[in-house]
Write a protein that binds this ligand. Sequence first.
Ligand code: ZN
Length: 62
Amino acid sequence: MLLEKKYNCQTCFKKNSIDIEPSFCSETVDLIEDCSICCNPNTISYTTENQKIVYFEVLKTY
Ligand SMILES: [Zn+2]
């Protein structure tokens, strides 16, 4: 099961979305995604626990 999470690009502020595969264990993931509109990278950190997203943050990547 994948959860679709929407976020705003930190460069152009347009909406993007990623698919997150939630796990039962507490798990923190850091990844870099390129914006689908302006192609600038965003650093995404999220934590999943009991198949829910308990923490989600998007940071501008330089
Ligand atoms: Zn963008």
